[in-house]
Design a binder for this molecule. Structure first.
Ligand SMILES: Cc1ncc(COP(=O)(O)O)c(C=O)c1O
Length: 430
């Protein structure tokens, strides 16, 4: 027992029990424990350490910037490194002409995107657009506003604390329709149309949506045509579409953006965060399409949403450039093949032991298990040298499971290790 073991409850972090292994070293996806054993991080930290730990490329970028100057917000020093990041990032996700707002985390990225959407639609349409519509199975951050808007049941504030807000439409998640005896298809987007029309389109600024769900519903994937239909519904009504790719952005689902799995669903704004800082720095980035960005500079528009003291921190930008260096050094063909192998192995687990469903794409899978089996599975996997991210928020009917999301630069052997650890943990349970 070390001197910090006794007063752990004073550190207010998660409502889940804290892991009780001390890590003394890390390398890529491996955490080395004080007792000499190592464990594979099958959750990439909190679904963010996408290029593993201890990256020499990230370190080199931070050191280089540190030796130049360690602080200079955009209003103080010419924001060279931030502009370099903007260019690299926009090209990396196939939106080379977007404008970018940087923030310090995903939540603030969502807040800034909401502020921009309201500014843009109001100055463009001269109406009192302000509403932001989200799905009843979603998570968009931990501020009072984003918690009030989103549909993560486990994290919803009490009604009296919800600022009068709430999620607005059902997600394309099959159990939502179980009483109707049907699955999901593109027509699930009609729920979005219904909601906009019932409020009156002139009051709605944007639909905010995770194109592939993250941890709330355990990586559920929308049916083909859904995102395109949402975009059409919104375009018909002059409502903006914001994709929250905080978790899925930058190759987590096997493509630069999760929305790239489908055609004709390019949103007006994209929010990135976890995979951009990759656990080396807090960061958020809001990408705004060139079609709507000019409204932000319009003479009648409201001022930009406040970005905060640390929003353009040069060391943050340097770390992100190092992450992009890492991502660009991954061989694409082998990466895609590894993602497919991981996906096939995960889907083969459907029905094994306590597993009730498997879904996902690329390097992101939700393995749903029978109620009460989540923690036994987590424990059995940990005994076999791997841990995963638990999800417990998938609404009605309630579901729980593991999110499997290894670092994107894991090797073939490491992916095999992960598959074996989870596969061998399941049959004995359930
Ligand atoms: C989809 C999504 N949006 C927003 C956030 C909030 O990001 P952060 O925790 O960096 O504030 C998260 C975090 O898990 C997320 O998964």
């Amino acid at each position: 027992m070390d001197r910090y073991s006794q007063n752990r409850e004073r550190l207010l972090t998660s409502s889940r029990p804290m892991p009780d292994f001390a890590v003394v070293e890390s390398q890529g996806p491996w955490l080395h424990r004080a007792d000499g054993t190592r464990i594979f991080d099958g959750s990439s930290g909190l679904l963010c350490a996408n290029v593993g730990q201890s990256s020499p490329k990230v370190r080199a970028r931070i050191e280089e910037q540190f030796s130049r100057y360690s602080f200079g917000g955009a209003a103080v020093v010419r924001p060279h490194i931030q502009m370099e990041l903007m260019d690299r990032l926009c090209r990396a996700v196939g939106r080379p002409n977007d404008s970018v707002a940087l923030t310090t985390c995903g939540t603030l990225g969502v807040e800034v995107a909401i502020g921009l959407a309201r500014n843009i639609t109001r100055v463009r349409d001269g109406k009192q657009r302000g509403d932001i519509l989200t799905s009843t199975l979603s998570y968009h951050g931990n501020s009072a506003l984003t918690l009030a808007l989103a549909g993560n049941h486990a994290r919803r504030p009490r009604p009296q604390d919800a600022l009068g807000l709430g999620p607005a439409f059902p997600p394309p998640y099959p159990p939502t329709h179980s009483h109707e005896g049907r699955g999901c298809d593109a027509s699930c987007a009609d729920e979005v149309a219904k909601e906009i029309d019932s409020r009156g389109a002139e009051t709605v600024a944007a639909v905010l949506i995770e194109p592939v769900n993250g941890s709330t519903g355990g990586a559920f994937v929308p049916p083909d045509g859904y995102l395109q239909r949402v975009l059409e519904v919104c375009r018909d009504r002059d409502v903006l579409v914001i994709h929250d790719e905080v978790l899925t952005g930058l190759w987590r689902t096997g493509t630069p953006l999760a929305s790239h799995h489908w055609e004709r669903c390019e949103p007006d704004m994209v929010i990135l965060s976890k995979g951009l800082g990759a656990g080396y720095t807090g960061v958020g980035a809001v990408l705004v399409s060139p079609e709507i960005a000019p409204w932000i500079r319009h003479e009648d528009t409201d001022p930009l949403p406040a970005m905060g003291t640390m929003a353009t921190h040069p060391l943050m930008a340097a770390a992100c450039l190092g992450v992009l260096d890492e991502l660009e050094s991954i061989g694409l063909t082998a990466f895609i093949a590894r993602g497919e192998r991981l996906g096939a192995a995960m889907k083969a687990l459907n029905g094994v032991g306590p597993v009730r469903d498997v879904r996902g794409l690329g390097f992101l899978y939700g393995v749903e298990v029978a109620q009460g089996q989540l923690w036994p599975v987590m424990k059995a996997a940990e005994e076999r040298g791997a841990f995963f991210y638990p999800f417990t928020g998938a609404g009605h009917p309630k579901s729980e499971g593991l999110v499997v999301a290894p670092p994107l630069n894991s090797t073939d052997e490491e992916i095999d290790f992960l598959i074996e650890a989870l596969s061998s943990a399941l049959p004995a349970l359930g």
